[in-house]
Design a protein around this ligand. Sequence first.
Ligand code: SF4
Length: 208
Amino acid sequence: MKVAESFSSIQGESTYAGTPCFFVRLAGCNLSCTYCDTVLSRGAGRSCEIAAIVEEFRGSGMPIAEITGGEPLLQEETPALAAALLAAGARTVLVETNGTRDIGVLPAGTVAVMDVKCPGSGCAGSFNPVNLDRLRRHDEVKFVLSDRADFDWAVAFVKRHALVGRCAAVLFSPVVIRLPPEELARWLLEARLLVRLQLQLHKSLGMP
Ligand code: SF4
């Protein structure tokens, strides 16, 4: 596989935020979001066998694992990696995906944390609609918001597709240099939707 980096840290996103986690960041992405903060992952990466990644996970002693990117579902071996991490003892394997690739390839026991790209990302329209049917009760859907237009767009998407109740959580996460979290919090209170404000916990802890 092509790997950008691997490390242990506190999980900063999703309903698993706060949990010690082993991360493997796969190389390569098919999008170019205006706010991308993982430029490293868009490079070629280093070649790595699944067995070596699993060995590193075992050595880390972390209870859960996350496969992220870049876009991890660009690599055909990602489902096999997820299955291998589960077999190696990971209580959960999160797969963070940008929503463009079919999440139906993921093995049972994984949790998809799937982006739906909003207009402010510069990549609106990239979402693969087949993923609405693929969504499982334990998966999570994330909207990264740059401004009020993104918020209104995301609320309309959530309502149109009745996302609340179809998955474990709907997450609204601000691009903090564009949208102050307290402003998003106010909008969420007004909207009275069962969606969750997500801040990147690892960043406030100064962790990767
Ligand atoms: S999908 Fe993620 S890794 Fe790819 S460009 Fe967008 S923010 Fe960056």
